[in-house]
Design a protein around this ligand. Structure first.
Ligand code: ATP
Length: 261
């Protein structure tokens, strides 16, 4: 892997790009993964590669909804696992919820490969120091995170083909789903089933962004860090009446303000 000097102003972005390249060559990602990443990068560039004010509000709201959920789950695809699998493990540990690998272009070998990667990340995260604000046995809590998706036993109504497959213990039975980089159709089907759908998507114009209960317009690893910090250190915040389209308009304004001359 090419070493990017610390002084490079876009080091984080280049490292993420490399993770996608490596994930692809390991056979963990669909062919279209780089296209999806490229679209995300373009929007992140427009947003100034930072968590904007409207994203911060959506992060707080999502943390509150996850904290109040009866059966939350984190649904991850290939890109999310490769870019922010460790962040997903930390969040699942704090929420006491499972992570489900759920792929649009599902193949058994990719699901297996992504679960193996998550197992490796779970081991690494269990050996880290507990995050600020966490009280308890971090190692044991992290080791208890269950990783689902290998044996689907439930179908998301309203979707055809393999993309409808999921597990009853995870997405099927969940009331609240944190689902980064989701496809618009599946987001709509989950909303129709009455689930609370919290999306992370850098494109405020995507169908998923517009369909979701709450959309965090931010890069997935930054969004996960933000939610974790809210869960552990911002317990005063209460779930609010949420106008998601207003929040998306806020993101669009932040893009245009960032670049106005
Ligand atoms: P939709 O059906 O919702 O309109 P789409 O077809 O435009 O979705 P996909 O290709 O399914 O989009 O998914 C990629 C989405 O994920 C894009 O909207 C892209 O902006 C977003 N994305 C890509 N990388 C990241 C990332 N690292 N963090 C957050 N969002 C990302």
């Amino acid at each position: 892997m090419v070493r990017i000097p610390d002084s490079h102003p876009r080091k984080k972005s280049l490292e993420s790009r490399q993770k996608i390249v490596d994930g692809s060559s390991m056979g963990l990602l669909a062919d279209s993964a780089m296209i999806a990443h490229g679209r995300g990068e373009a929007f992140d560039y427009l947003l100034g590669e930072r968590t904007t004010e409207s994203a911060r509000e959506a992060i707080r709201e999502s943390a509150a909804r996850l904290g109040n959920a009866r059966r939350p789950v984190i649904s991850v695809n290939g890109n999310t696992t490769v870019l922010a699998g460790d962040g997903a493990i930390r969040l699942a540990a704090v929420l006491g919820c499972p992570i489900e690998v759920n792929l649009y272009y599902r193949t058994p070998s990719r699901v297996k490969g992504l679960i193996s990667l998550l197992e490796e990340l779970r081991l690494n995260v269990s050996q880290e120091a507990a995050p600020d604000g966490f009280y308890g046995d971090w190692k044991e809590t992290v080791e208890g995170v269950s990783l689902l998706g290998e044996s689907p036993n439930f179908k998301i109504e309203g979707l055809e083909g393999p993309r409808s497959n999921c597990t009853a213990e995870g997405i099927g039975g969940a009331d609240t789903i944190l689902v980064p980089l989701e496809d618009g159709d599946r987001c709509e089907a989950l909303i129709t089933l009455g689930k609370e759908v919290l999306v992370v998507d850098l494109n405020p114009l995507s169908r998923s962004a517009r369909m979701a209960s709450v959309t965090i317009v931010d890069e997935v690893s930054r969004a996960f860090e933000g939610i974790l910090s809210c869960l552990l250190n911002d317990s005063e915040y209460r779930q609010a009446e949420w106008d998601n389209l207003k929040s998306l308009n806020g993101s669009l304004k932040e893009i245009s303000n960032h670049f106005s001359v």
